[in-house]
Design a protein around this ligand. Structure first.
Ligand code: SF4
Length: 467
C-alpha cells in the first residue's frame, strides 16, 4: 500500500461523515429557564391558569428547555399529552396538592423573596433530594479520611465522577432523580472540578475497571475540559481503567453538540483517540421515547458518534405520562437497534422529586417490559429491567411466579454493594401497588432479605464515617 493510499485508509471515519454532513452548520443554542416561561411563543395560547401552574411547579423543580426541543421534538398540536412536553415542561400534578397550594398561595399574594425561598427550600427537602443514601454511602475518602467531593464509589469496579462543569443539562427532564443538582443549593450538589482527585483515586484503586462521567450531562462541557479529565487516563498507570462511560442526554436534547458545535470535531477526535488507545468508550445515552431518535439531527449525531468507535448504550426510566406503554418501548428499542444503539436498561422511577406523578407499579412495569420484549428481535432483548437503583444495589424484577402456592416477584441483584449478592435470585411477596424495593416484603414467611443484615452493617459503618 503506498503512503497516500494508506493515509486515506486511515482517515478517521468521523471526518468522512463530517464532509457528508456539511448541512449541519453551527446552530445557536437558545435556552429558556423558569424566568423565561412567558417568552416561549408556543405557551402563549395556553390558558393563563395553566401557565401559572407551570410557574408554581418550576419554582420548586428545575426547569430548562432549549429551542431544538421546542421546535423539533414537541408536537404542539398534542399538548399536554405529548410525551416530550411531559418530559420537559412542568405540570401541576408533579407537586403534591399541599406543596402546590403552599407555593401557589405565596406567588398569588406576591410574597417577598425570602419567604418564598424558605418555603421552596422546605418543600424541596420533603422530596427526598438524595435517594438511595448517595450523600452518605457512596462518597469515598482519601487516606486522611477526608471526603472526596464529586466522586461516588458504590460498586467495587465502577467509579462515578461528577465534573463540576458538567452539572447542568441542555434541557432538564421533569422526572430527573438528580434534580437536586440543578436547584442552586450548594448543600445538595455533588460535583468536583478536581481532575487530580479523580486521577489519584483511580491510581490508588486498581480494582476499578470502569469510570462513569456523569452529572448533569458531561457533554455540556467544552471538549477541552473533557480532555483534561479523559486524556490522562491513557497513561500506562491507568491501564486497569478499561471502560470510559459518559452518561448523557445530549443526543436527545442537543444533537448539534456532536455536529456543528465549534468543538464538535475536537470531541470526535478525543473519542477516536480513546478508542484507538484501546479503551472501551461507551456513551450511556438516556432515552425515554422513540420520538427522541426520530429527527435528522439526532440520527446524524448518532452516526457520527458511532463512527469514532464509541458504543452507544441506551437507558432510561419507565414513566407514567411518557412511556408506560409496551408499544412505545418496542418501537424505541427497534429504532435503537436499527441505528446501531445497544438497548441497555429499563429503570423504575426513583423515589425522589416528582415521583408520585411518574411512578408505575412494579407489577405493571414488569408487564410492560415483557410485552415490549415479545415484540422485538433478539438484538433488542439486551435491555435489562425493570430495574431499581436502590441503596443495596441494582435490583431487577425478573418476573412474577407462583411458588409453593404463593404469588411472588422473582428478583435478582444486577449490581450489589457486596459482589456476592449479584445474580442470586430472591423472592418478594407479590404486591400490585408496590413501586419500589422498600415497599416489598420477603416471601415465604421470611423475616428478612438474605442481604439485609450485611447491608445494615455496611450502612452503619458508612454513616458512622459520615458523621
Ligand atoms: S438529562 Fe439526565 S441528569 Fe439531565 S435532567 Fe435529564 S435525567 Fe436529569
Amino acid at each position: 500500500m503506498n503512503a497516500q493510499v494508506k493515509a486515506k485508509a486511515l482517515k478517521p471515519l468521523w471526518r468522512i461523515e463530517n464532509a457528508a454532513q456539511a448541512v449541519f452548520d453551527p446552530v445557536p443554542f437558545k435556552v429558556y429557564t423558569q424566568r423565561d416561561l412567558e417568552r416561549i411563543p408556543q405557551l402563549e395560547n395556553l390558558p393563563a391558569e395553566q401557565r401559572f401552574e407551570m410557574k408554581v411547579v418550576a419554582s420548586v423543580l428545575p426547569f430548562r428547555v432549549n429551542q431544538y426541543v421546542i421546535d423539533e421534538l414537541i408536537d404542539w398540536s398534542n399538548i399536554p399529552a405529548d410525551p416530550i412536553f411531559q418530559l420537559t415542561f412542568p405540570q401541576r400534578g408533579m407537586l403534591a396538592p399541599e406543596h402546590f397550594e403552599r407555593i401557589a398561595t405565596l406567588l398569588r399574594e406576591g410574597a417577598d423573596k425570602v419567604e418564598l425561598e424558605q418555603a421552596v427550600s422546605e418543600v424541596r427537602m420533603e422530596l427526598n433530594p438524595h435517594p438511595a443514601d448517595q450523600m452518605e454511602m457512596n462518597m469515598p475518602r482519601d487516606e486522611d479520611g477526608a471526603r472526596l467531593d464529586g466522586i461516588q464509589h458504590k460498586y467495587r469496579e465502577t467509579v462515578l465522577f461528577f465534573p463540576s462543569q458538567g452539572q447542568t443539562c441542555h434541557s432538564y427532564c421533569t422526572f430527573c432523580f438528580r434534580w437536586a443538582q440543578f436547584v442552586g443549593d450548594k448543600e445538595l450538589r455533588i460535583a468536583s472540578s478536581e481532575a487530580g482527585a479523580l486521577h489519584e483515586h483511580l491510581r490508588r484503586n486498581t480494582d476499578v475497571t470502569d469510570v462513569l462521567f456523569t452529572g448533569g450531562d458531561p457533554m455540556v462541557m467544552k471538549t477541552r475540559h473533557l480532555r483534561d479529565y479523559l486524556e490522562p487516563l491513557l497513561q500506562p498507570e491507568f491501564d486497569h481503567v478499561q471502560t470510559i462511560r459518559i452518561g448523557s442526554k445530549a443526543l436527545t436534547f442537543w444533537p448539534h453538540r456532536f455536529l456543528g458545535a465549534e468543538d464538535a470535531d475536537d470531541l470526535m477526535q478525543l473519542l477516536t483517540q480513546l478508542v484507538e488507545a484501546g479503551k472501551h468508550v461507551a456513551l450511556m445515552a438516556h432515552y425515554n421515547h422513540w420520538k427522541e431518535l426520530d429527527t435528522e439531527a439526532a440520527q446524524a449525531a448518532i452516526r457520527r458518534v458511532r463512527s469514532t468507535g464509541a458504543v452507544i448504550r441506551a437507558q432510561g426510566p419507565l414513566l407514567a405520562h411518557i412511556n408506560d406503554d409496551p408499544a412505545v418501548w418496542a418501537k424505541m428499542w427497534k429504532l435503537q437497534v436499527k441505528l446501531g444503539i445497544v438497548p441497555y436498561y429499563m429503570f423504575a422511577e426513583r423515589d425522589t422529586g416528582a415521583r408520585a406523578y411518574f411512578e408505575v407499579p412494579l407489577a405493571r412495569a414488569w408487564e410492560i417490559y415483557r410485552e415490549a420484549m415479545q415484540q422485538v428481535s433478539g438484538l433488542a432483548r439486551t435491555a435489562r429491567g425493570p430495574s431499581m437503583s436502590a441503596s443495596p444495589g441494582k435490583v431487577e424484577i425478573q418476573g412474577v411466579a407462583e411458588i409453593a402456592g404463593e404469588k411472588v416477584f422473582v428478583l435478582r441483584f444486577i449490581q450489589g454493594r457486596n459482589p456476592d449478592w449479584v445474580q442470586r435470585p430472591f423472592f418478594a411477596k407479590y404486591d400490585e401497588q408496590a413501586t419500589w424495593l422498600h415497599h416489598l416484603k420477603p416471601a415465604f414467611g421470611e423475616q428478612k432479605w438474605f442481604w439485609e443484615d450485611e447491608y445494615e452493617t455496611l450502612r452503619d459503618d458508612k454513616l458512622a464515617l459520615a458523621d
